[in-house]
Ligand binder design. Structure first.
Ligand code: NAP
Length: 519
């Protein structure tokens, strides 16, 4: 069985000590093992600071954009192999695998384009210059420059390709070297990507390192110029934020965590309308894509009480048609969840949600197509419905990371809908499906303080939009409160985390000279 190695300080190194076995979640067949003892994580960080950082900072943004483009090209050239690996190692259907791998390539390409458009400069201007004195001579200008530390990236198990790529694209373009740690259970895809990038030799030494296996003492060696971008559970996010080293050195930490995303149907939309059909389609896709293991998936379906029964019947109809099984088999529409622990957690979570209301679809017994008898981490799609006005602490308080959502009937008033959605205490994305501008405006303004993104679902964009669950590199990803308080991507905004903003105050000609803005 393959033993996965880390790529640290310019070479592949194997860990020692107890090994964890990585399984195909569809069959439980062992695929690889990982041991993470004995790795010199402190030296890996020092290597990034000493080698990768200076090499990246010597380049302009356009040159770093070309590096990111080369990464996208490498992944594109090996796309089919990566898709196959995502199917066997992650329980992904081919569509799920494309969502991860193509999402990685698309995001790298978008940041490569951004780098090209930012041009032959190393300093980024932040806003317009300002006159500070009586005459224009005394001038102020905010700029940003890359931090001199290392960007530590810790990723969740659900997007091993996209997670590595979207974080690395921003950090490398911004000018910071990266140590990337994939989640252990799905590390195979990230490991293969690293092998491809190492073979391609397109990145400078120390620009990107990969640590597979447990995080170990990595974060104990952080310094004041370093940053940590973390995606995963709230509990782990809290642990990272509370580390003495992080507090002592004011290490910047970005947390992307749980989210109880809501999708809200406006009272103007009737069953049979195109926008109603889009709503049903988006809910079903979000519940079943990646077996519901998507941080942006719709968890709470808010619907005017008058149409709740009809919506329940429509969702039950569509979800009952979903073929669950081994994604290597033709016709399977939803694969297993990632691990046995994940399956047990999801099953337990569904029971907790059901105690708030009523389980209308879902069963512990799954007849998984193409799976060896008794093997695989399968969960069938589950739907819970609440009574209007139900307190439902689990529905509004617990993210169940699997193919499950809850129908939450509401009065049809915008303020009620926004108040219910806000009970999630901060989310990545919520969506409003309505053609009524007054309703949409009121509800969006109510949702906005609690979310990083609000999706306006409408038949008018149905053909072009991938739905609320897809994170686009042009728009910010993250959210307040429960969602971790972080922000990633959003075009040039995604670079800010890796750069120090500094205010320059002095004579205008000098400032214009050093920022290269003199006409
Ligand atoms: P997790 O258990 O918190 O693990 C996430 C990552 O943190 C893994 O790489 C894990 O490594 C590492 N880790 C574990 N303990 C750590 C520690 N004490 N210090 C530093 N790192 C540590 O989360 P998960 O189960 O993989 O992911 C599921 C969660 O992620 C869900 O709640 C989901 O909502 C959230 N998520 C959020 C987003 C977003 O963008 N907001 C995206 C995807 C997922 P090991 O694997 O080696 O343990």
């Amino acid at each position: 069985m393959t033993r996965l190695k880390s790529h640290l300080e310019g070479r592949w190194v194997g860990g020692t000590g107890p090994a964890e076995t990585l399984l195909n979640p569809a069959t439980e067949e062992p695929l690889a093992s990982v041991a993470a003892g004995g790795l010199d994580r402190a030296s890996a960080l020092a290597f990034a600071r000493a080698k990768g950082g200076p090499a990246l900072r010597a380049m302009t943004l356009a040159e770093r954009g070309a590096l990111v483009k080369a990464m996208a090209d490498t992944l594109s050239a090996h796309r089919n192999e990566l898709l196959d690996l995502a199917v066997t190692s992650g329980g992904n259907t081919r569509g799920d695998a494309k969502f991860d791998v193509d999402g990685a390539i698309f995001t790298l390409s978008a940041y490569a384009d951004l780098g090209r458009s930012l041009g032959d400069t190393k300093v980024l201007l932040d806003g317009e210059g300002v006159q500070l004195g009586r005459t224009p001579r005394f001038h102020g200008q905010h700029v940003s420059v890359p931090r001199h530390g290392v960007a530590v990236h810790i990723n969740a198990f659900n997007f091993p390709a996209w997670g590595l790529a979207e974080k690395a694209a921003c950090a490398l373009l911004a000018g910071m070297p990266v140590v990337s740690k994939p989640a252990t259970s799905s590390a195979l895809v990230a490991h293969r990507i690293m092998e491809l990038l190492v073979d391609a030799k397109s990145l400078p030494e120390g620009a990107l390192q990969l640590l597979v296996g447990g995080v170990g003492d990595l974060l104990d060696h952080l310094g004041p110029q370093d940053v940590v971008a973390f995606t995963g559970s709230s509990e782990t996010g809290i642990k990272i934020r509370s580390l003495a080293q992080v507090i002592r050195h004011s290490v910047r930490v970005n947390v992307e965590a749980d989210s109880l995303n809501a999708a809200l149907l406006g009272p103007d939309v009737n069953p049979g309308d195109e926008t109603y059909e889009l709503f049903v389609k988006d809910v079903v896709r979000d519940m079943t894509q990646k077996a519901g293991q998507k941080c942006t998936a719709i968890r709470r379906v808010l619907v005017p009480a008058a149409v709740a029964d009809r919506l329940r019947d429509d969702l039950v109809d569509r979800l009952s048609d979903i073929v669950v099984g081994n994604p290597a088999h033709e016709g399977v529409r939803m694969g297993p969840v990632a691990t046995a622990a994940q399956r047990d957690d999801v099953r337990e979570g569904i029971s907790a949600l059901a105690r708030d209301g009523r389980l209308v679809l879902g069963s512990a017994e799954v007849d998984a197509v193409g799976a060896p008898p008794g093997k695989g981490f399968y969960v069938s799609p589950a739907l819970v419905e609440l009574e209007e006005g139900a307190e439902a602490p689990a529905v509004h308080g617990r993210e169940v990371f699997g193919p499950v959502a809850t129908i939450v009937p509401y009065s049809g008033r915008a303020d009620d809908a926004a108040t219910i959605a806000a009970r999630g205490q901060g989310g990545l994305v919520s969506s409003v499906y309505s053609e009524d501008p007054a309703f949409t405006t009121e509800v969006v303004l109510g949702l906005a303080p609690y979310h990083g993104r609000v999706f306006l679902g409408s038949a008018k964009i149905a053909e072009q939009s991938p739905g609320p669950g897809t994170v686009l590199p042009q728009l910010v990803h993250g959210g307040p409160g429960r969602a971790g308080g972080g922000e990633e991507l959003g075009g040039v905004r995604g670079l800010a985390f890796y750069r120090q903003r500094v205010a320059l105050e002095g004579s205008r000609p000098m400032i214009e000279k050093l920022t290269g803005t003199k006409a």
